[in-house]
Write a protein that binds this ligand. Structure first.
Ligand code: SF4
Ligand code: SF4
Length: 188
């Protein structure tokens, strides 16, 4: 699937997010890196949970990384917006919780934050409201996150939302939450 976001923009985003983290310490020590090492029922005994890449994010990779397993799917076969057509890439991490930190996908960098568009179109960051197969102490205990991490993540999402397909995805997820009455924890 073509993306309006260039490889060098993704690389700049990766560099910006390399400089920040949710806490000053490694939050993986709080939970045994639960978000990295969790396996789903389908991957029991196999690699950790799959991560989908945003449109064009695959350009940052060679697809020959020995620590990743790649799967290419059709966007139409998954619960993505109608504007998403063609190839999308999923990766499974083969060496969790270890990976080249500067290469970890965006989904790993944003967590536990997620973007949310209110009905008046304002972008907010929220704690990930999805039902997860593991407990994240940052979410469960609502631990205060580094303001540098929050600022950088917000800045990145303002750039990503300029891509119409990424905007459609965030809008779709946000509308679903509003309609379902999902309890949201806004990051101020
Ligand atoms: S983001 Fe949450 S689940 Fe993942 S390592 Fe940090 S505390 Fe653990
Ligand atoms: S790529 Fe790195 S941060 Fe992401 S799940 Fe794998 S080990 Fe964790």
């Amino acid at each position: 699937m073509k993306s309006s976001i260039r490889k060098r923009t993704y690389q700049a985003i990766y560099r910006l997010l390399d400089r920040v983290s949710p806490l000053d310490c490694d939050c993986g020590t709080l939970c045994g890196a639960a978000c990295c090492t969790c396996v789903s029922d389908e991957t029991e005994g196999g690699p950790a949970l799959g991560i989908y890449l945003l449109p064009g994010e695959e350009k940052v990779f060679t697809k020959k990384e020995s620590w990743l397993r790649w799967t290419c799917e059709q966007a139409e076969d998954f619960d993505f917006p109608d504007s998403w057509h063609g190839k999308i890439y999923f990766v499974n991490c083969l060496t969790p919780p270890h990976c080249p930190r500067e290469k970890r996908p965006l989904q790993c960098r944003f967590f536990p934050l997620a973007p949310h568009l209110t009905p008046d179109g304002i972008l907010h960051l929220i704690l990930c409201p999805d039902k997860l197969p593991y407990a994240c102490p940052l979410i469960e205990k609502k631990l205060p996150l580094n303001s540098s991490f929050i600022r950088a993540t917000y800045t990145v999402w303002t750039h990503l939302l300029r891509d119409s397909r990424i905007f459609d995805l965030v809008q779709m997820d946000s509308e679903d939450r509003e309609q379902d009455g999902t309890e949201l924890y806004f990051i101020r």
